[in-house]
Design a binder for this molecule. Sequence first.
Ligand SMILES: [Zn+2]
Length: 367
Amino acid sequence: MLERPEAGLHYPGSLAELRSWFPDDDACLDFLDWLQWPQGFTCPHCDSSRSWRLPDGRYSCGGCRRRVSVTAGTIFHRTRTPLTVWFEAAWLLTVQKHGASALGLQRVLGLGSYQTAWVRLHRFRRAMVVSDRDKLSGEVEVDETFIDGKNKPGKCGRGTAGKTLVVGAIERLPEGRRGFRRVRMAVIADATSASLREFVAANIEPGSTVISDALTSYPGALKGEEYEHQPINVKRSGLKAHELLPGVHRIFSLLKRWLDGTLQGAVEPDHLQSYLNEFVLRFNRRHARRRGLLFLRLLEQAVNTKPLSYKALVANPQPTGRVGRPPGAREWPGTLAAEALDRPWRSATPDSTAGPPEAGRHSENAR
Ligand SMILES: [Zn+2]
């Protein structure tokens, strides 16, 4: 990962810059090449740096004679979608305040099929791992909530009656200051001590204070010397749960609003963890001025994330059949690369603007 990336140098700082940096697929490929091998090509098979470029953009390794493609072993592996489309999708996903839905992406990029947009987004979502290795620390609120599996009521096979259990944690600001810092979230199988302990150990620094409700699983999950536990008995306090654990309740309601709003509830239980990762990344960077940085981080992760086949993406690992398969046929979009046109509106006859649009006039946009 780049240590101190700068906007305008390491990543585009605006949509205008994105489009001028990446006018065609070659430019996109070169950017991925640079991310993959910033010091120049190194063979993933034999570590040789002796190589030459083939006309199709691949490297021919001077050590083992293999042909290596920049996108091999990444989420772009053998993609039939032009890289210009991938890049613009990544930009929309990371720069827009609430991210992007498959339907939104399909509309904005003029993609022919909803499925294409859906699969692209999911490949990226899989690359959206929370790379911030610093665990939460200080005073941390922890709680669980159920997320509805609206699409497949009663069919998702996890949780209770089509609902999936999610655990969340949020850091409180240091004493005397109101507000919150970073969050973490995960899908858990159940609210047992073992499941909660696994989440806490993976996400919260030992020595921290964990604030939870009086659920009986917490003492078991937090036993030992590592964490100080501050349980709050909601019933006995006379206050509401959202007043006692304001941070974690707030992120749960933001999460639900995002799932129902931007994504319009079209969340497949099997992919919920990916959605949580996306939500966490965006929430933790909510104050960042440079939004393009998240675009760079996503592409960095993308070249290091193994591709997942379409089949693997839509197939339910359980033998009950397939879930989460988007409707419609698969279709591959054309490139977004475009030659600069010389003011085409000037050559349009004034009459044609008044009448109904002729068939084919909008063909460039519809691609
Ligand atoms: Zn080699």
